[in-house]
Design a protein around this ligand. Sequence first.
Ligand SMILES: [Zn+2]
Length: 677
Amino acid sequence: MKKYKRYLITSALPYANGPIHIGHLAGVYVPSDIYTRYLRMKGADVISICGSDEHGVPITLKARNEGVTPQQVVDRYHSLNKKAFEDFGIAFSIYSRTSNNVHYETASDFFLTLYKKGEFVEKTSEQYYDDEAGCFLADRYIMGTCPHCGNENAYGDQCEKCGTSLSPNELINPHSTISGSKPLLRETLHWYLPLDKYEGWLKKWILEDHREWKTNVYGQCKSWLDQGLQPRAVSRDLDWGVPVPVEGAKGKVLYVWFDAPIGYISATKELTPDWQKYWKDEETKMVHFIGKDNIVFHCIIFPVMLKAEGSFILPENVPANEFLNLENDKISTSRNWAVWLHEYLKDFPGKQDVLRYALCANAPETKDNDFTWKDFQARNNNELVAILGNFVNRTLVLTNNYYEGKVPERGITDENDNLVLQEILRFKESVENSLENYKFREALKEAMNLARLGNKYLADAEPWKVIKSDPERVKTIMNIALQITANLTIVFEPFLPFSMEKLRSWLSSTHYSWDDAGKTDLLNPGHSIKKPGLLFEKIEDEEITRQINKLLATKKANEAASAKTVQVKDPVTFDDFTRIDIRTATVLEAEKVPKTTKLLKLKIDTGIDVRTIVSGIAEYFEPADIVGKQISIVANLEPRKIKGIESKGMILMAEDNDGRLVLVAPDQKVSNGSIIK
Ligand SMILES: [Zn+2]
């Protein structure tokens, strides 16, 4: 393995049009933070770069919908997310943003360098233009009818109802969402990055030289390369973003996928005047942490940009994760189907490590995974509390009880002691090996296995029994248990930084370096430790139920919102309307129609007669509840036989969004047979 002088870790820039959720954390930020913390413990020269991605059409759309400026939208989410990351212990060296000046200059310069080198292809194409608003329309600003499913609210790039991706000219009856007018096709000039020109180079660089990349990443790259690459526009007609810095480019900005990854470079510039050594020296190892939706940008497009520019290094690895689902449903910002980080931090104060643990233990490293609140609770109660917390607590409490908190001498060790002492070193190596290979779940599992080993050791050695017969022996046992505890503060530090800080304070120990792991003399005899608190607390069912109910409420709200608004029917004349005889009536008797689930047989008083009506409302009304109620009926509907019963008329009902039926009745009692008009 090549030795590197320094590390440049980047984490996908979160899009500043919504808060951070657990999917982002599990996919990108928790693994990047674990890796960064591990490298820092090794004493490596490492910087971790992130920031808000603040350009692009969704932000301008959101701003328009809310009647605020795009800058106000990004300001809101930038500060919300920056703070949430800090509070969650994600140890970025800098959390920058792409709307600041350094970034504008850097992205502009980058474009100009490629422009001057003749790397771009200029091309004119026809695009939709809104004559009333006087601007070109991004795909998202065009709506129309989906040619596949007939959804009348399909976007120019996608129909959200049937999920088909579209291009604006496929839409039936396209209209601009800005002015509502019909858009016109008009010619516009754009700059394209000729990815096809770099196809051969990419094939060698990825498919031959980086066979070690994760299979999901390698596979996606291969499929892109096998399909053949096309030139890709790097500019857009839009008024929000980094202006294209050449003559004749008024009203054009850099396309967000071109500008966003340059954000890593500008953030590094903002962090240190020494930024070039991280970006331009072959002895730097650059690693991009991203989610799978970003693979093409970080493995194909950004490397082509860097290669075309010529003075930058390329990523050594791109350990992208798959997606995390929530309670068996895709996480979605627009549907509010997520566990939001800023809300979690409020709902579970001081429990950052529990979420870090649950997300890493269940990380979607090789396939999509599911987060459930039950699993979260089980990880906490059965692993953090019952294994790690339990071992640490027993060790520290016994040391305090037997030796007034002073670390005892290790005397003669037996065969089992020696085995355990050797194991400590093996754990260090296996955790390290997994971390180096971006297998964070495996690394975490191994760290927990060290705590398991500690528990087993205490259970086998039974110091609480032996103390009566052989107190000397107990000194050895407790010394070894304490060395395991000190090792735990090291191997768990990248994963559970808050808890390990607590544990170190109880041990009165220093912040060990990674290479101290495996040592069995970290705590010297005579060293004083403190009385411990609880490292983790049990999470009760109520707290989990509260979270699940929150999600259920979201689900209900979504269902109501997505319920179809039924189109108004064709017009009828007033004469047609007056032919329908609608009247008030009262229910006299009601009974279920045998062998049916939906039908009620009702005897009603219409003021003119007493008649029978069969109605499909049995799922919503108990017969006893409906008797005596005043209702509205269509009195002159042709009689029909339903299940052998002659039904004369129809009861009027309103159907709610969720399909629930409600009686339509006069709001004050009137005589039966009153005409409704
Ligand atoms: Zn559709």
